[in-house]
Design a protein around this ligand. Sequence first.
Ligand code: ADP
Ligand code: MG
Length: 236
Amino acid sequence: MPSLLDVSDITVTFGGRRALDGAGLQAEAGAVTGLIGPNGAGKSTLFDVICGLRRPAGGRVLLAGRDITRLDPARRARRGMARTFQRLELFGRLSVRDNLLVAAELGPRRRQAEKVVDGIVERLGLGDRAGDLADSLPTGLARLVEVGRALAVRPTLLLLDEPAAGQDSAETDRFAELLRSVAADGTAVVLVEHDMGLVMSVCDQVYVLDLGSVIAGGPPEVIRRDEQVLAAYLGD
Ligand code: ADP
Ligand code: MG
């Protein structure tokens, strides 16, 4: 069986400078895959390549064994890809519930969008905030709603770009449980995150990106002791 996501040899240059230099990773259905690395390492750019927002100068993106390197973002979304952004992208003047509804109406169960939203509100524990304007939420909760929007399309591949930034430790603990339960449903989750406690506790595999290249990959207990990884982080 091929990996659900298999990305290899990705090169991206911005004005002659290489943001990604042969980067690659695999993500499996039912697992949480971590992507860590210092600021500017290329993590968000790699997400852009995976979801089709940036065409790489070289390399391949395979989804369930099929080459999607040239597919546009909308088609990738229809094949089950969803992502959140490092910068929040909520509709500030809509309620939490309506933000979720807009997303659910794009998903495969659009006729039951209301029901899908009810399920997500419950799953994320947003019941008493569902009527609040997105603008009024503290960052940690707004990020949770972003994740809810991504879940509303019932993704097979979920890309999360620093979803726990701004969450307090109780929120992060609950978030870890949520990620495990999303993976348990069979989704492949890829997590970019700076909170090492979260990454190490929730991920099955962790890749380390530095200067546009993957310098290490493996289970968290191996990665946390890797000399090269420690060196890359000390430079951050
Ligand atoms: P990370 O998410 O790991 O912090 P990014 O993928 O955002 O890293 O950025 C990787 C490198 O590419 C950085 O040097 C950044 O300045 C550069 N970069 C990212 N996006 C652009 C862009 N749109 N134009 C020019 N340079 C960019
Ligand atoms: Mg980033």
